[in-house]
Design a protein around this ligand. Structure first.
Ligand SMILES: Nc1ncnc2c1ncn2[C@@H]1O[C@H](COP(=O)(O)OP(=O)(O)O)[C@@H](O)[C@H]1O
Ligand SMILES: [Mg+2]
Length: 505
C-alpha cells in the first residue's frame, strides 16, 4: 500500500489561538485512518486545512507524492478529497435525488437525468443503503441524511473520504451500519479519515490511529499495536483522574414528578410532547437519546428558561410548573459551547462575581446596598479550593478560563444553594477527560448527599457509568426506562430510534 496523502508540519493559528502546532501524518490507499483527539485538539481544523477551507501558516500537503495548494474545497474535491461535515449541507425541501444532483460537477440535463438516477441507485444497492431517492430530505432520519452526503462524494469519485465525528448524531445501530459501509469502501480501495473521540468505535474500525493532542500529532499506531488504555493515555496525557463509587441504595421517594409536559418551539411544533418522568431522591437519572429529540427543551423547561404549554411539574406535591419556587428547587448546568458566551456565565465579570450570581438574594454578600467584597472573596477562595478551579489572578474575567474551569465555576455556583434537583444538559461536552471526571464526581457526591440529578448526555458509556436508571427520549416523548446494570447498548439503541419501548420501571 502506498501513501495517498502526506501531511507535513502543518501549523494553523487563529487570533490568539494556536489550533495546529505541528502536525504530520500520512494516509495509505485502502486504509481507515482514525484521527483521535479530545475536543479542541484540532481535528476539524486540520481537515479544514486539508480540504482547502483554511490556509495553513506553515507545512505541506502532498497527494500521491505531489505537493498541492488548495484554495477552496472545490480544489480538493477536484483532487478526489471529500468531506462529510459535522453539519450537513442539504436542502430540506428537495428530494434526495435533487440534493445529490446539486453537488455534481456537471449539472445533468433533461436527457441524462435518468442515467444519473440509475447510477446513484446502483450505489445505493451496492452498499445496501436504506434510501429512497424520491423522498424529500426533511422527512429523513439524520442517519439517512448522512448517506446522502456520502453518496455525493462517491458520485464525484472521491478517493479519500473524510468523516468528521459522523457517529455523534447516530444511534448505535446506525453507527454499526455506517461502519460496515466504510469497510466495504475500504475494500474497494478508498481511503478514509475517520474522526472520533469514542474509544470503542476507534478500536472497532481503525487500521491506524493518529493521536492529536493540543494541536500536535503525538503518534501514529497500527492495528495490533494499540489498545484502549494506551490510546486514552496518549490522548489525555497523565492527568490524574478522581475516583468515586456509585451509590447503590436509592430511596423510592419521588422528588420530581413531571406530568404530561409539552413545550412548543418557535415554529409551533412540540419539542416536548406529553412527556412524563419521575425522579427519585438521591437518584442519578440518565436521559439517553439522539441529540435533537427534546432533551434541550426538557432542561430548559425544568430550569425556567422555557414555559410549558401543557402539563405540570410537581415537587413534593407542590405545583412548581410556572412558579418562582422552581428556581430554588431545581438548578441547572448546561454544556459550555465553544464561543462560551451563550450560557450560564457573565463572561466579562470576574470568577468571584460569577460564583455569587445565584446567591445574590440571600444577603450574605451584601452590607446594606453595597457588595461585601471580603465575603465575596472568601466565598470564591473556598469554592476555587473545593472545586479545584484553575483561575488567573484575582479579578480575572471568567471568559479567560478553559471550558473545564468555566464548567466548574457554574457547578460551584449552582450547587451553592444546595438544590434538591440538578438538571445537567450535556455537562461534559467539550471538556477534557480530567474535567469531565470531575463533573461526574460532583454529581455522584451530590447523590450521596441526597441530591437528585437528571443527567442528559449523548455518550452511552457516560450514562451507563453514572446512572441509577436510564430513561430514553424520542421525538419529545419518554420511550421507557432501563436499568443500566441489566441493559445492553443494543436495547438502548433500539429505544433511541423509537423502534421499541423499554420496561417502565
Ligand atoms: N475559526 C476559528 N477561529 C478561532 N479559533 C478556532 C476556529 N476554529 C477552531 N478554533 C480553535 O482551534 C482549536 C481546535 O479546534 P477544532 O479543530 O474544532 O478541534 P476538534 O475538532 O479537535 O474538537 C480550538 O481551540 C478552537 O476553539
Ligand atoms: Mg471537531
Amino acid at each position: 500500500m502506498s501513501d495517498l496523502l502526506t501531511i507535513q508540519n502543518i501549523r494553523k493559528t487563529f487570533p490568539g489561538v494556536v489550533a495546529l502546532d505541528d502536525v504530520s501524518f500520512s494516509v495509505k490507499r485502502g486504509e481507515i485512518h482514525t484521527l483521535l483527539g479530545e475536543n479542541g485538539a484540532g481535528k476539524s481544523t486540520l481537515m479544514n486545512v486539508l480540504t482547502g477551507l483554511y490556509h495553513p501558516d506553515k507545512g505541506r500537503i502532498s497527494i500521491a507524492g505531489e505537493q498541492v495548494h488548495f484554495t477552496s474545497p472545490r480544489d480538493s474535491l477536484a483532487r478526489g478529497i471529500g468531506m462529510v461535515h459535522q453539519h450537513f449541507m442539504l436542502v430540506p425541501a428537495h428530494s434526495v435525488f435533487e440534493n445529490i444532483l446539486l453537488a455534481l460537477d456537471q449539472v445533468p440535463n433533461l436527457f441524462n437525468r435518468k442515467t444519473y438516477k440509475a447510477k446513484i441507485q446502483t450505489l445505493i444497492n451496492e452498499f445496501s443503503l436504506d434510501l429512497n431517492l424520491d423522498a424529500p430530505v426533511w422527512k429523513l432520519s439524520i442517519g439517512a441524511q448522512q448517506w446522502i452526503e456520502l453518496i455525493k462524494l462517491l458520485m464525484r469519485d472521491c478517493q479519500l473520504l473524510i468523516l468528521d465525528e459522523p457517529t455523534a448524531v447516530l444511534t448505535p445501530q446506525e453507527a454499526d451500519r455506517l461502519f460496515s459501509v466504510l469497510r466495504r469502501l475500504k475494500d474497494r480501495g478508498k481511503s478514509i479519515i475517520f474522526i472520533s473521540h469514542k474509544m470503542r468505535e476507534v478500536m472497532d474500525i481503525s487500521d491506524r490511529v493518529t493521536i492529536l493532542k493540543k494541536g500536535r500529532s503525538i503518534d501514529t499506531l497500527s492495528r495490533g499495536h494499540f489498545d484502549e488504555s494506551l490510546l486514552a493515555s496518549l490522548m489525555i496525557g497523565r492527568d490524574k483522574i478522581p475516583q468515586w463509587q456509585k451509590n447503590l441504595q436509592m430511596s423510592d421517594e419521588i422528588v420530581l414528578d413531571i406530568q404530561n409536559l409539552s413545550v412548543r418551539n418557535d415554529r409551533g411544533l412540540a419539542d416536548l410532547d406529553s412527556f412524563s418522568l419521575q425522579l427519585k431522591k438521591g437518584e442519578i437519572l440518565g436521559i439517553a437519546g439522539v441529540a435533537g429529540n427534546g432533551q434541550k427543551a426538557l432542561a430548559e423547561v425544568l430550569t425556567g428558561l422555557k414555559n410549558a404549554s401543557q402539563g405540570r411539574i410537581m415537587a413534593r406535591n407542590e405545583d412548581i410548573t410556572n412558579s418562582n419556587a422552581r428556581y430554588s428547587y431545581i438548578a441547572g448546568i448546561a454544556h459550555i459551547p465553544e464561543d462560551r458566551k451563550t450560557i450560564g456565565i457573565a463572561p466579562d465579570m470576574s470568577v468571584d462575581e460569577n460564583l455569587i450570581m445565584k446567591s445574590f438574594k440571600s444577603g450574605s454578600f451584601r452590607n446594606w446596598i453595597f457588595q461585601n467584597k471580603k465575603a465575596i472573596r472568601r466565598n470564591a477562595e473556598e469554592k476555587i479550593e473545593q472545586f479545584a478551579i484553575k483561575t488567573g489572578p484575582d479579578g480575572t474575567p471568567v471568559r479567560y478560563l478553559s471550558g473545564g474551569n468555566i464548567q466548574k465555576v457554574i457547578i460551584a455556583r449552582e450547587l451553592s444553594e444546595h438544590p434538591s434537583v440538578l438538571v445537567a444538559l450535556y455537562p461534559t461536552r467539550g471538556l477534557d477527560i480530567g474535567s469531565a471526571e470531575y463533573v461526574h464526581k460532583v454529581i455522584a457526591d451530590g447523590a450521596d448527599r441526597g441530591m437528585s440529578t437528571i443527567l442528559i448526555a449523548e455518550d452511552l458509556d457516560e450514562l451507563l457509568k453514572l446512572s441509577d436508571r436510564i430513561a430514553v427520549m424520542f421525538r419529545g416523548k419518554l420511550i421507557g426506562y432501563v436499568d443500566p446494570r441489566q441493559t445492553t447498548r443494543e436495547e438502548i439503541g433500539l429505544m433511541m430510534s423509537g423502534e421499541v419501548s423499554g420496561a417502565v420501571a
